[in-house]
Design a protein around this ligand. Structure first.
Ligand SMILES: [Zn+2]
Ligand SMILES: [Zn+2]
Length: 222
């Protein structure tokens, strides 16, 4: 559909050439500023590693987000996921390359979607973002690196232990990742529990380092 309609900015609605977000609106988006925990990407004045990540280190080594998940960026993420605005995937990929690359990674691996969800939605938004990202960054894309074995229910409102229990065994990694530095790509990082479980699976398959590269980070609870 994107190709058939005159390209309007997804935020202000003005007709303009090319990009799905006009330069003015793009500049106003809630870009992540410095002062973030390098592991979980939550705000941490001065940077470094936050107390939570020191106390209970997740299986992943680092996380980076381009945006905070709030207005109007949340609408763009939903525009891709629920309204098939595929040109937004390319926009997100360009923003990610500008903010996160070059970096030392061997593989880009999109967060896998369970086949029931894939059948429902028709596409995996993480794959749509990872594809142009891999091309622009010049890093190989691993679409077969991991498999989602179970569709997991909403994790909202669950305790940390309950989230862990719900996600246990949710992924299978069929590929030998011995020594590989893997960048997992997803649209939004919320509790980080799903990314943690995937990272655990990737490390079991030999990955030496797992980083999460996400479009947006939700603000800390409360
Ligand atoms: Zn605009
Ligand atoms: Zn942290």
């Amino acid at each position: 559909m994107d190709a058939l309609l005159p390209q309007r900015c997804c935020i202000c609605g003005r007709e303009q050439g090319g990009a799905p977000v006009c330069p003015e609106c793009a500049a106003d988006l809630p870009h992540v500023r410095s002062g973030r925990c390098s592991v979980c990407a939550q705000p941490l004045p001065g940077g470094g590693v936050c107390g939570q990540c020191l106390k209970r280190p997740p299986a992943f080594d680092a996380s980076q987000a381009v945006f905070d998940y709030r207005f109007p960026l949340d609408g763009l993420v939903q525009g891709l996921k629920y309204h098939q605005r595929f040109s937004l995937a390319g926009f997100f990929a360009e923003e990610m390359v500008a903010a996160m690359f070059p970096r030392e990674v061997d593989l880009i691996l999109p967060m896998p979607l369970h086949r029931s969800r894939l059948a429902e939605r028709g596409f995996n938004q993480a794959v749509e973002i990872a594809r142009p990202l891999a091309r622009l960054a010049g890093v190989p894309l691993a679409l077969d690196g991991a498999l989602r074995l179970r569709a997991t229910p909403k994790l909202e409102g669950l305790s940390r232990q309950e989230r862990r229990a719900t996600l246990r065994g949710a992924f299978a990694c069929g590929r030998d990742l011995a020594g590989a530095r893997v960048a997992v790509v997803d649209d939004v990082m919320t509790s980080g529990a799903t990314l943690d479980e995937l990272a655990r699976c990737l490390k079991r398959s030999g990955a030496s380092r797992v980083e999460n590269l996400v479009v947006a980070r939700t603000p800390p609870p409360g």
